[in-house]
Write a protein that binds this ligand. Structure first.
Ligand SMILES: NC(=O)c1ccc[n+]([C@@H]2O[C@H](COP(=O)([O-])OP(=O)(O)OC[C@H]3O[C@@H](n4cnc5c(N)ncnc54)[C@H](O)[C@@H]3O)[C@@H](O)[C@H]2O)c1
Length: 391
């Protein structure tokens, strides 16, 4: 399946406004004749061209006041419809590999969608045990509504690769996994093999997204977490990113970008986010900085992580307190609204684009500003404190 059909959302949005601005402009000239055409075309130029000592519409200042009003209205309509010179997020010609998509509810899907809306070609890496159900749901059209892009076309997924990011190469895979029936139908799903398959199929990629995490003991407090649970969380949620970058960097084009997803529990206490997952996110953020240096110097790649607010994804629901965290954020964040996955997808598209060419090694917060709060303002302690109210 080719993705060339998916145009950049910005470009698609511009086309109709070009013609409507032209229509507005033409109706101005038709209504007011040659003099007003001069006036309108002057008005459409940058305001810096207008001397403060000159009348704004020298050619019609002597005319009746009514004409001035009508022309002003027509001009502001024309200005509203005039496309901005633009800072488009244009990812046409770029290819993205997004690891960690197995349904249409999580951040990985939303990021894939916004990258596709900006014109990127989409390859997915799906956890082997979830692959069958994801592919059959895709085939049966279960995700079609979620695939709709701003221009009305459907997001194309060029290829889905089976992936288990806790195994780097076939020698690492233990017998019980090899013979597990959920793995038997798939092959070449270790990180090294997936990178080799992508190289064989497409030669190179430009964008690498790590949107996966797993902590078998996430519901246990850190003090009760076993060594196995802790190391498993780090392996699946932190080292998996190092491994992906290690194996994909050689096939990433210079100027390429990688993005992972982290959570505020790395730096602030979030009771309930246990099993070493808070430690895994802290490692991921620290690794983002070191890998930014190494991959930047060696491959001219950028490495950033998005610290996302709470989302009702499948993984988050498994932790068991996601609704509470969403309510807490709405009650306490500077922006008292629920975060949408699309808002995170938009920032990922920006970070992946040349517009972010000087951003690397950063933790970028997309959380309605919750990270900036020092207190929870919904505490009864603050009952008598005057808080800013909506105007
Ligand atoms: N949902 C939230 O509230 C939230 C907040 C901040 C950060 N995040 C982060 O966002 C990222 C995506 O999670 P999500 O919440 O969108 O949930 P999700 O369920 O959509 O994504 C997690 C994915 O990881 C995959 N996965 C698990 N183990 C794997 C492995 N060994 N190999 C390959 N894939 C594996 C799962 O199949 C799933 O597709 C994670 O890093 C998560 O920690 C989530």
């Amino acid at each position: 399946m080719a993705t060339t059909a998916a145009p950049g959302s910005h470009m698609a949005a511009i086309k109709p406004s070009i013609s409507s601005s032209r229509r507005t402009y033409m109706s101005c000239t038709a209504n007011f004749g040659a003099n007003s055409e001069v006036a309108v075309s002057k008005g459409l130029r940058s305001s810096s061209h207008i001397s403060s000592r000159q009348p704004f519409f020298p050619s019609i200042q002597s005319g009746p006041a009514k004409s001035v009003k009508v022309i002003t209205r027509a001009m502001s309509a024309a200005a509203e419809n005039t496309p901005l010179p633009g800072l488009p997020i244009d990812l046409r010609g770029k290819r993205a590999f997004i690891a960690g998509v197995a349904d249409d509810n999580g951040y990985g899907w939303a990021i894939a969608k916004q990258l596709a809306a900006a014109g990127a070609e989409i390859l997915l890496g799906t956890w082997v045990p979830a692959l069958n159900i994801f592919e059959s749901s895709l085939r049966r059209g279960k995700f079609d509504e979620s695939r709709i892009l701003p221009d009305g076309s459907l997001m194309e997924i060029t290829k889905v690769y089976p992936l288990d990011a806790v195994f780097d190469n076939p020698d690492d895979v233990p017998e019980d996994i090899k013979s597990n029936k959920r793995y038997l139908g798939s092959s070449k799903w270790t990180v090294k093999e997936v990178a080799e398959s992508v190289k064989e199929d497409f030669g190179s990629i430009d964008i690498l997204v790590h949107s996966l995490a797993n902590g078998p003991e996430v519901v246990k407090p850190l003090m009760e977490t076993s060594r196995y649970g802790y190391l498993a969380a780090i392996s699946a949620s932190s080292y998996s990113f190092i491994s992906l970058l290690q194996h994909f960097a050689p096939i990433m084009n210079p100027g390429g970008a990688s993005i992972s997803l982290t959570y505020i529990a790395s730096e602030r206490i979030i009771p309930g986010y246990g099993g070493g997952m808070s430690s895994a996110k802290a490692a991921l953020e620290s690794d983002t900085r070191v890998l930014a240096f190494e991959a930047g110097r060696k491959h001219r790649l950028r490495v950033n992580t998005i610290s996302a607010g709470p989302l009702r994804s499948r993984a988050a629901k498994a932790i068991g307190f996601i609704d509470m965290m969403i309510d807490y954020s709405s009650a306490n964040a500077p922006l008292p609204k629920e975060l949408s996955a699309e808002e995170v997808g938009n920032v990922a598209a920006f970070l992946a684009s040349p517009l972010a060419s000087a951003i690397t090694g950063s933790v970028v917060y997309v959380d309605n500003g919750l990270n900036a709060m020092g207190v929870g303002v919904d505490s009864p302690i603050f009952e008598n404190l005057e808080l800013p109210k909506e105007a």
